[in-house]
Design a protein around this ligand. Sequence first.
Ligand code: SF4
Ligand code: SF4
Length: 128
Amino acid sequence: MCDKKQVYSLASNKTFCNYCPGYCCYNLPGAMLLIHAEDINRLALHFDISDGEVRKRFMDGKNSFRNRADGSCIFLANGKICKRCSIHLARPKQCKEFPYEKPCPYLEREDLLDDILPRLEKSLNLDR
Ligand code: SF4
Ligand code: SF4
């Protein structure tokens, strides 16, 4: 078992994203993935379809991707530890830049940490 102190310390390490279950790819309370026109266009080029088709297939409303029932982004490859974003090269600007060179705010939230701790331990093999 790893305690919360260990996880906080891991969260301040920039390589932590490689091990995190990808909380920023879930539609959690207080979180919002904002998709802009340039993001839609980048995705259209990636899939070789029109911007309108991107909106039709992947968008929920004007400014966000659809989510699955568990709140995960439709492009999240669940279960994988690396290469979890199935549109990595064409992902939205916000996804590229988050958490903006700062410690990740998701991993400082006690409520989330309680929920993800088992998955973190599994990812890091700390439950052995
Ligand atoms: S930005 Fe935060 S929530 Fe997203 S993968 Fe990295 S550590 Fe996890
Ligand atoms: S587009 Fe990729 S990086 Fe962005 S929220 Fe979805 S799965 Fe995560």
